[in-house]
Design a protein around this ligand. Structure first.
Ligand code: NAP
Length: 333
């Protein structure tokens, strides 16, 4: 029987995850069954939401089990197929385990074409990341031409797409990110009208007011916490907040002490809505069609931070919490 390197969850992290929370093991590759594929991982996506799956609490996806492989979005090459829809040499994308080689059921995997886009893009702008940005903004943010869109986590995978979609839809777009280099990138490469470095800004309420002189109509929130509290002071009447992510809170051990949002929402007849991409599965095909069209027209750009080597997957994941990525964080095998 053949074996493969595998990464499992060794401990449920307390606070910020550490390398010692992961374990490299060797596992057996079972015999390929009818309908299945034998695949070899080429690009592995690491995502902030995986942190939530490391907690033993119910959520919109079940927690990872201790000493079992972690899984995330992966682009893999088909080495062997016992499924008539896939052939050796095809590339597939879907949720797979952190293993170099594995057998997988074909349902849930989609074929991706390396001639149409670089393979890694199917984990970013042409995958779940792009869909999260597009559907979160359009379905919950309900943007209207001429409005002001503010995006936190703007230089990351989702945020950089949100801002570009906002520009395509005719909005004024302002981003919030954690370095001057990211701020510059948002304006020069992704067409944001303004951007704020939250790490060097003392008064975020004032900085947002200066960058959004007409107030904030749509807030696409990837980070939560203090940044999002500052946004509340700048929201417009009938504004909408898309609660997509709250990375600033993911490693909290205690419940955060937040200001009360209700008075702000009431005063401005403003709404705030949680968003999970899997709730919009029926809209994924149309979303992917639109993203692909914009991508082919050169309207949607992307950037990625690529780490090399299976052994670097856990570190790439940890780096998300230190803002070491620009655009999508991906590990190439
Ligand atoms: N709801 C859904 O269906 C869904 C789907 C995908 C992603 N998400 C969420 O969307 C958000 C973005 O995901 P992504 O994949 O695009 O990740 P990402 O933005 O590419 O990477 C994470 C970024 O978050 C920023 N960050 C880290 N700690 C922070 C803190 N304490 N305060 C403020 N910013 C912090 C860092 O950038 P800086 O240098 O700017 O700090 C880092 O680069 C995450 O919260 C994720 O959980 C939700």
């Amino acid at each position: 029987m053949n074996t493969t390197r595998t990464i499992t969850l060794k401990n449920r992290p307390t606070g910020k995850p550490e390398l010692t929370d992961f374990e490299f093991t060797t596992s057996e590759i079972p015999e390929l069954k009818e309908g299945e594929l034998l695949v070899s991982a080429r690009y592995v996506s690491v995502d902030p939401y995986l942190r939530g799956r490391m907690r033993d609490v119910p959520s919109y996806v079940p927690p990872f089990e201790l000493n079992k492989p972690i899984e995330s979005g992966v682009v893999a090459e088909v080495l062997e197929s016992k499924n008539s829809h896939f052939s050796k040499g095809d590339y597939v994308s879907g949720l797979l385990q952190w293993k170099e080689t594995q057998t997988a059921k074909a349902d849930g995997l989609i074929k991706v074409d390396s001639d149409k886009a670089p393979l890694s893009a199917y984990l970013g702008v042409l995958g779940m990341t792009g869909l999260t940005a597009y559907l979160g903004l359009t379905e919950i943010g309900k943007p209207k031409k001429g409005e002001t869109l503010l995006v936190s986590g703007a230089a990351g995978a989702v945020g950089s797409v949100v801002g570009q979609v906002g520009k395509i839809l005719g909005l004024r777009v302002v981003g919030i990110a954690g370095t001057d280099e990211k701020v510059e990138m948002l304006k020069s490469e992704f067409g944001f009208d303004e951007a704020i470095n939250y790490k060097t800004t003392e008064n975020m309420v004032e900085a947002i007011a200066n960058s959004c002189p007409d107030g904030v109509d749509v807030y696409f929130d990837n980070v939560g916490g203090a940044i999002s509290e500052a946004v509340l002071f700048n929201i417009n009447k009938f504004s909408r907040t898309v609660n997509c992510g709250a990375i600033s809170e993911y490693n909290n051990i205690e419940l955060p002490k937040s200001i009360s949002v209700q008075p702000f929402l009431i005063q401005k007849s403003s709404s705030m809505k949680g968003f999970v991409i899997s709730d919009f599965a029926d809209k994924h095909p149309e979303g992917l069609r639109q993203l692909t069209e914009w991508f082919n027209q050169g309207k949607l750009k992307y950037t990625e931070t690529i780490k090399e080597g299976f052994e670097n997957i856990p570190q790439a994941f940890l780096d998300l919490f230190d803002g070491k990525n620009k655009g999508k964080m991906i590990v190439k095998l």
